[in-house]
Design a protein around this ligand. Structure first.
Ligand code: NPW
Ligand code: K
Length: 497
């Protein structure tokens, strides 16, 4: 697990590294510039014959820009042009050093003071090194004008560390102006604000490069946010054991589907199957029986009427919600289920809506139950939120107070734990944005619970594998990954973990 830092904690990590590695601050900047270029080349974001405008401020972000320009020149890039935006009086020491280092080279440099008119932009690519994590207020005046001028040029932009004008943490508002970046190459850790959907106002994609800041120091910093890494998923995953049998891997009960939305139940059951549940039973309406038997012969069916006429303790874990629909019957069913809940539970979709309307049911959920709301379901449960940042803070409060695990689904899914930590899952991609993905995740989570993973482990591993399955399919060239295709890939992803 890697903790994510705020901009001010990152500055402390920078200072600590300089003092303890030890490394001179100017050399750290040199490393950052090198890492920026190396990644840009690896991703084919820049080419030697391309005309590039490097826009620099006069702080350390600008210093990075000058070091990048010089190193690009040394790499054989010849069509380089530099703007220095001199709207602030202060220049950082490392900016000054890098300016002295580049002034002797045959690279054209233009400086702009507050009232200077800005020329048309002829270059095809802009490297944005004007303001970085030192931003301390929204842009205004001449800064606003320069950013608007660059945005209007509609050129491809690669931002150094963070787009100029975008705050690294705190509220992101559409009304803020920043230089829109197609790519951002950020140092050491992603900025927390990259993880919220509002970041799409300011940037398209980000990449993180290691610049060798002191990881021991970083690990010691208190943080609310932790990135789930592939190592974390690998450490949780347990291989199937010799001499094991279906009884070894638990029995999942899914309560899902209605006449019109049997697909949700089928996808949930299929995901449960492919994630390794020993046995899977689906409690579905009678009208869905033929579909279930035809598509998933491995899954057993129970009618809604029969559910409470049999011992529920034969099941190891339960998921309730996908495709249930809204009706009095479903509310009653939830109330009966939660009257004596005795097994780990995943609560999704329509079951979340029942909770939203019957908040007293919250108290009956077994501790560590996993709730899997998307944004709208979350707001129905816990109130409207204008900013994702506030929504995630609320998820943390609720998870802590109610001793539940809240999996707030998003491109970067936030897993809020009862201990107050927020884990962020980085796997997954926009090709997966279609109906049925949530049903698949619920099936995966219940299958992991049934196999004996603790709820926290199931949430981490389930979210990781779900996104990873989608990522591997997208890497094969699939622009869209339907849920049933993702599901059939899960067992392979587990096998190769
Ligand atoms: N951390 C690391 O590990 C490493 C960091 N590195 C790099 O350093 C960057 C951070 O550099 P930084 O701290 O010098 O700040 P930076 O973004 O250049 O801006 C400073 C200037 O902006 C000004 N200013 C602020 N807001 C403003 C506004 N709204 N409108 C106008 N002005 C505004 C502010 O002026 P002030 O308000 O203080 O007078 C100040 O003069 C970081 O992003 C990365 O690129 C790497 O080199 C190596 C390792
Ligand atoms: K920048």
């Amino acid at each position: 697990m890697q903790n994510l830092l705020t901009a001010s904690q990152m500055r402390e990590a920078d200072a600590y590294t300089i003092a303890h590695e030890p490394i001179a601050s100017i050399d750290l900047m040199e490393r950052a510039a090198h890492a920026f270029i190396e990644r840009s080349l690896a991703l084919s974001l820049i080419k030697k014959d391309q005309s590039i405008l490097i826009c620099c401020g006069a702080g350390n972000n600008g210093g990075d820009g000058l070091a990048i320009a010089r190193q690009l020149y040394e790499e054989g890039f010849s069509a380089l042009h530099i703007w220095i935006i001199h709207y602030n009086e202060r220049q950082s020491a490392d900016f000054k050093t890098n300016l002295a280092r580049i002034e002797t080279l045959p690279i054209s440099i233009q400086s702009f003071a507050q009232e200077d008119e800005l020329p048309m932009i002829e270059q095809s690519l802009i490297i944005d090194a004007m303001l970085g994590s030192g931003l301390n207020k929204p842009l205004s005046g001449s800064w606003l004008k320069v950013v608007q001028h660059l945005n209007q040029a509609k050129k491809k932009v690669i931002a150094v560390d963070i787009p100029t004008g975008m705050p690294a943490d705190g509220h992101l508002m559409r009304s803020m102006t920043a230089l829109f970046a197609h790519e951002v190459i950020s140092f050491q850790r992603p900025k927390i604000n990259f993880l919220f959907p509002e970041s799409a106002y300011f940037m398209k994609r980000f990449h993180v490069v290691d610049i060798g800041l002191n990881e021991d120091f970083i690990a010691r910093q208190a943080s609310d946010f932790y990135e789930i890494t592939s190592n974390d998923a690998r450490a949780i995953y347990k291989e199937r054991r010799p001499f094991s049998h279906k009884g070894t891997y638990g029995h999942s009960l899914l309560i899902a589907g209605s006449e019109d939305t049997m697909g949700a139940a089928l996808l949930c059951a299929e995901a449960c199957l492919y994630t390794g549940s020993g046995l899977t039973s689906a409690c579905i309406p009678k009208t869905g029986l033929t579909a279930l038997n035809t598509r998933l012969p491995e899954v057993m069916a129970i009618s809604r009427e029969a559910l409470f006429h049999q011992p529920l303790k034969q099941y190891t874990a339960m998921a309730v919600g996908p495709g249930l629909g809204k009706s009095q019957e479903i509310s009653e069913l939830m109330k009966r289920l939660l009257a004596k809940p005795a097994m780990p539970m995943v609560i999704d979709a329509d079951a979340l809506n029942v909770l939203a309307e019957n908040q007293q049911l919250f108290d009956r959920l077994p501790p560590d139950s996993i709730l899997t709301p998307h944004m709208k379901e979350f707001d129905r449960l816990f109130g409207e939120h204008s900013y994702w940042y506030d929504r995630v803070v609320k998820a943390r409060e609720e998870a802590q107070q109610r001793k539940l695990i809240i999996v707030l689904k998003n491109q970067y899914t936030f897993i809020a734990l009862p201990n107050g930590r927020i884990l962020v899952n980085f796997t997954g991609n926009p090709a997966m944005a279609s109906g049925g993905m949530g049903d698949a995740l619920t099936g995966m989570l219940v299958a992991l619970l049934a196999q004996g993973y603790r709820a926290e482990e199931a949430a981490i591993l389930g979210c990781y594998l779900h996104g990873k399955s989608g990522d591997l399919l997208a890497e094969t060239g699939m622009a869209v990954v339907p849920a049933n295709v993702l599901i059939q890939n899960i067992s392979k992803v587990m096998g190769n973990i």
